[in-house]
Design a protein around this ligand. Structure first.
Ligand code: NAI
Length: 444
């Protein structure tokens, strides 16, 4: 099938590449000329495991190409995916200007029947706005052609995006157009072992499903974080509690890890956008309001421990920091908790030396010229002279360091662990002061 993907970011690039992998003829469009230049020259502008090889394979096979040419892109695909960003507006609602601009581009250049598939995360009712924008462009040209609107929200996780896209647990397709339904069914058939994994529904329910999923996951994280904070005070161990509740199939083990608060490009903005949508309709989502408040507070939980240990004046203190990306296996720094932690430390007079296996470049881009912040390309290289090590992202490479070496390098054998990577008892034996989340604190 001929496919166009508008927006070649984390979602668009993965979507286009995975669709090409199954033999479709895919054009990926972006307005960012630099991004397209990198892709055309054989590079990949983002870090996503497995993506580079898959892009190379499909480009050489002639099934995947990249362009900034809107007209050519729109003319190419019978199916047009919109995978542009939907960042938060000032009031927290989803800013739809990129989605509407993409829809207008389609309307401006399309001839003949097209299926317009919205993959971006958009509020309920956006399908109607996309339809109106396309119809308006068609009317201006006096062009009479039919088209279908489909909502096909994306559930991939950065860091496991290829695996998630190639082997999805479900594919949600919202449409009331039978031809579009058939086309989408054929397009996704190779990705699902049986068709039960494709869930057809109306456009509004599909749009709502994406927000409902992210709001539910954010709720789980915030609630776990609150249970962790309470466990810590009460002398219980959240890691044991996690196993104790996860074994109940109604709860399950996934997504029960306490930490430094959720971040990234989706949960914070999607939680806010859903609250905003509800408020606009006179409904208050009380649980979600609390989820967001709890998350804001959780972002400073590690900082609170640091202040409790060192006092509020951190002048002259130096911290080593492991993990910049909002989660492992990505270079995405959007709403990363590391940014809040670093900002606090620097603004209170400390200096920070940070390491991340892949996100240093992106960190330099989003935190340019932050005085007192330096980077090193290995975990051990940031340790010398540090008053403490602060762990923010649970990269595998941080799980089993040579603790004797860590102890020798640090000025003080002291670790603030926002991801519960180590066993407090072992840390005590190894001679560390150790401050995890929701577990026994090993103090001086
Ligand atoms: P991104 O910011 O990485 O990529 C968006 C791309 O769209 C950018 O490269 C931008 O230049 C391009 N763009 C903007 N306007 C355009 C236009 N008119 N024509 C062509 N290109 C245009 O964003 P990301 O992370 O890929 O997210 C896209 C959507 O998918 C968002 O709605 C997001 O909420 C949703 N989503 C993101 C997930 C993630 O893990 N990143 C997961 C699931 C959904």
């Amino acid at each position: 099938m001929k496919i166009t993907v508008i927006g070649s970011g984390y979602v668009g690039l993965v979507t286009g590449t995975c669709l090409a992998e199954y033999g479709n003829d895919v054009v990926c469009l972006d307005v960012d000329a630099n991004k397209i230049r990198i892709l055309q020259e054989g590079g990949v502008p983002i870090f996503e495991p497995g993506l580079e090889e898959m892009i190379k394979r499909n480009v050489s096979a002639g099934r995947l190409r990249f362009t900034t040419d809107i007209k050519e892109s729109v003319e190419h695909g019978t199916i047009q995916f919109i995978a542009v960003g939907t960042p938060p507006d000032e009031d927290g609602s989803a800013d739809l200007k990129y989605v509407v601009a993409a829809a207008r581009s389609i309307g401006r250049y399309m001839h003949g029947y097209k299926v317009i598939v919205d993959k971006s995360t958009v509020p309920v009712g956006t399908g109607d706005k996309v339809r109106a924008a396309i119809s308006d462009e068609l009317a201006q040209r006096g062009e009479q052609t039919s088209f279908a609107i489909v909502s096909n929200p994306e559930f991939l996780k950065e860091g496991a995006a290829i695996e998630d896209f190639m082997r999805p647990d479900r594919i949600v397709i919202g449409t009331d157009d039978d031809t579009a339904k058939d086309l989408m069914n054929s397009l996704y058939a190779p990705f699902v072992r049986n068709h039960d994994r494709i869930l057809f529904m109306d456009v509004r329910s599909a749009e709502m499903t994406k927000y409902a999923a992210n709001a539910m996951l954010a709720t789980r994280i915030s609630f776990m974080n609150e249970l962790a904070n309470l466990s810590e005070v009460m002398g219980a161990d959240i890691e044991l509690v996690r196993k104790g509740i996860g074994s109940d199939p109604r709860i399950g083990y996934h997504f029960l890890y306490p930490g430094v608060g959720y971040g990234g490009s989706c949960f914070p903005k999607d939680v806010q956008a859903l609250q905003r949508t509800a408020n606009e309709h006179g409904i208050s989502l009380k649980v979600l309001d609390a989820v967001e408040k709890a998350n804001q507070a959780q972002k400073s939980v590690l900082v609170d421990k640091i202040v409790k240990r060192f006092g509020n004046d951190l002048k002259g203190k130096h911290f080593a920091l492991w993990g910049l990306a909002f989660k492992p296996n990505t270079d995405d720094m959007r709403d990363a908790p590391s940014r809040v932690i670093i900002e606090y430390l620097l603004s209170h007079g400390a200096t920070v030396a940070a390491h991340d296996p892949v996100a240093i470049h992106e960190a330099q881009r989003v935190m340019p010229d932050w005085q007192g912040l330096s980077y090193a390309d290995s975990p051990m290289a940031v340790l010398p002279d540090a008053d403490a090590l602060v762990i923010v992202t649970e990269w595998k490479a941080f799980r089993s360091p040579d603790f004797a070496d860590v102890k020798t390098q640090l000025k003080n054998p002291l670790i603030f662990d926002g991801r519960n990577l180590y066993d407090p008892k072992k840390m005590e034996i190894a001679g560390f002061e150790y401050y995890p989340i929701g577990r026994q604190q090993v103090t001086r």
